[in-house]
Ligand binder design. Structure first.
Ligand SMILES: Cc1cc2nc3c(=O)[nH]c(=O)nc-3n(C[C@H](O)[C@H](O)[C@H](O)COP(=O)(O)OP(=O)(O)OC[C@H]3O[C@@H](n4cnc5c(N)ncnc54)[C@H](O)[C@@H]3O)c2cc1C
Length: 555
């Protein structure tokens, strides 16, 4: 019986996808974490998976995106403020991620007596980031940059002694105050200028030494950055032209004497997605900065920061792809069309299972890479880290947008409206491919390894060749890759062929060694034999799609 004023009953809609444990419902993730050295963290990640999948956290994520940050240039009397105001939901999310240590946990050994890194620290942190991105992606930008800034700061022991202990506190302190008064700090980075983002050597921002200059010395920096995200960070690692060439500087927001540093926030970007995060255009008017490394070695100084952020981009995309897929499977398990659940319709099974194969591969690749960051003292692992960072970032981040779109379509019209999750994921996914080195730049980085350190490439390929073992499709892929790089003439134009072939070979080798046969056979039978199409839902007619889907999201 309907209540008065109710015109109809609402039925055949899927219940909200929330209040689930994002860790324990993700078998590929749990297996990857255990395999790559993070098993010790399983219980903690299970707790964190509950937090990230809770209705409360997901509601805060919605609020943080529907109430984007605002730039406050001046106060009511006309004095400059240059601050960004965030909705409380953003601070709530930051507090969760920082309390979990995602902004720095891999560096905690530095204050624990300075011994060796904790084994599996990078795998554990990456798993946390994979989950936190599913909770909300925008706030992960300062989390990533803070973690990645540490090795660059360590280049100047006096600066590191002041800043690193404040990074490691696991306390989120959003107030702009001088460093000694802060209970915790976050860092950002400023490289991209109007005339060049990839080509940072074109930077025009100038740095003049206050006295003699040199490592750790103070400079005055004048110029601009076209993208500088998380502008309320406590400090930024910035590139500028010193007398000796392009150099890296630490620019705090608040100076040691309590005055604001001369960072003028001009405008916040109106972005396609990533709306909870602020990305500013900024000008520096003789802002105070301290030199990190030597003058002229700015790219070298900041390179480790860039490499660490590339790992995080790939992890973030894998997490977002996972959420898009799980949300689609959940919906199809509840939605009936023509008296049958969507999940039981043959064509929908093909589409969902096809996506699940890419999510499984993305997950395997990013945690294999995280392990290489944990064990870089081993030569094989160091080679994997160098070669497979651009390959993994390229491939995982490139798959994301297409998968996000297809997952959205599985929800029909609901997928296209902003009240659902799918639309936000779809708008977020292209970003990880763009920042920290976009697609072609990753392919060029791979070709640089081929040219300058062919032994690194050989070491990885030999390992993959050994793993290929008796699997004919993998052996054929090794040969295909070798033939692609054989002739140096035109190699530049084949950059994307090479990077995609290497990604597929690595993903295929990982999956065939580790995933159940119904996943491995389907992956090799479509991706490596090139039976898959340019859209999802092809080539799996003979596969056990139900088993693939049950594994992807236990029913
Ligand atoms: C939301 C957002 C936030 C950001 N936050 C920050 C930040 O906090 N700090 C910061 O420093 N930057 C930030 N960036 C900037 C980002 O890192 C750059 O946009 C990116 O590095 C690309 O630089 P660009 O925009 O100048 O493009 P370009 O360098 O002009 O590149 C354009 C295209 O050309 C391709 N390309 C470049 N070189 C070659 C080549 N030799 N051969 C073939 N193709 C090539 C690239 O792959 C790209 O597809 C942010 C960007 C976005 C979108």
């Amino acid at each position: 019986m309907l209540e008065p004023f109710q015109t109809h009953e609402v039925f055949n809609q899927s219940p909200p996808f929330q209040d689930l444990n994002l860790f324990t419902t993700d078998r590929a993730l749990m297996e990857a974490v255990a395999r790559e050295g993070g098993q010790h963290a399983a219980q903690r990640l299970s707790q964190f998976g509950l937090t990230c999948g809770s209705a409360e956290a997901l509601e805060q994520a919605r609020l943080a995106n529907e109430n984007p940050p605002r730039l406050l240039s001046f106060d009511s009397k006309g004095a400059r403020l240059d601050v960004v105001e965030f909705h409380p939901a953003y601070h709530y999310l930051m507090q969760i991620s920082i309390a979990e240590g995602l902004h720095a946990s891999v560096w905690e050994h530095l204050t624990e007596g300075g011994g060796a890194r904790r084994p599996g620290a990078s795998v554990e942190r990456s798993a946390g980031c994979y989950l936190a991105n599913q909770m909300e992606a925008g706030h992960q930008c300062p989390i990533t940059m803070t973690n990645a800034a540490v090795p660059t700061l360590l280049l100047v022991p006096e600066l590191a002694a002041q800043w690193v202990p404040k990074i490691l506190t696991r306390t989120y302190d959003k107030a702009l105050r001088p460093l000694p008064e802060k209970r915790g700090v976050t860092l950002g980075m400023g490289m991209t200028e109007k005339q060049g983002g990839t080509d940072v050597r074109a930077n025009t921002t100038r740095a003049e030494p206050v006295a003699g200059g040199g490592q750790g010395a103070e400079y005055l920096i004048t110029g601009h950055k076209w993208f500088m995200s998380a502008p309320m960070s406590d400090a930024f690692l910035v590139l500028a032209q010193a007398p000796g060439g392009l150099s890296c500087f630490l620019l705090p927001r608040v100076l040691p004497d309590g005055r604001s540093n001369a960072l003028r926030l001009q405008r916040l970007k109106d972005k396609l997605g990533n709306r909870s995060n602020a990305s500013a255009e900024v000008e520096f008017q003789a802002a105070h900065g301290w030199l990190i490394g030597e003058e002229g070695r700015g790219v070298v100084s900041i390179m480790e920061m860039v490499t660490l952020t590339r790992l995080d981009c790939a992890v973030a995309s894998a997490g977002l792809m996972r959420l898009a897929l799980a949300n689609a499977i959940h919906h199809c398990r509840h939605r009936r069309v023509f008296q049958k659940h969507l999940i039981d319709q043959a064509l929908m099974q093909q589409v969902l299972a096809d996506m699940a194969l890419d999510v499984e591969a993305a997950t395997a690749l990013v945690f294999r890479l995280a392990r290489a960051f944990d064990r870089a003292e081993d030569k094989d692992e160091a080679a994997w880290r160098r070669l497979m960072t651009p390959v993994t970032k390229y491939w995982v981040c490139k798959l994301g947008p297409a998968l996000g779109y297809e997952a959205l379509e599985c929800l029909g019209g609901n997928g296209y409206v902003e009240t659902g999750l799918a639309a936000r994921l779809y708008r977020e996914l292209p970003l990880n491919a763009i920042w920290e080195g976009s697609g072609n730049v990753m392919a060029l980085d791979l070709l640089r390894v081929l040219e300058r350190e062919p032994e690194t490439f050989e070491r990885v390929l030999e390992g993959l060749g050994a793993e290929a073992g008796a699997t004919a499709t993998l052996r054929a892929e090794v040969e295909r890759l070798r033939s692609l790089i054989k002739d140096p003439a035109g190699l530049l134009a084949r950059g994307r062929d090479v990077i995609e072939a290497l990604a597929l070979l690595a993903a295929g080798a990982l999956i065939s060694a580790q995933a159940p046969p119904f996943v491995a056979d389907a992956f090799l039978g479509t991706r490596l034999s090139r039976a898959s199409g340019r859209t999802y839902g092809h080539g799996l007619a003979g596969a056990d799609t139900r088993a693939i889907l049950d594994r992807a999201l236990p029913g």
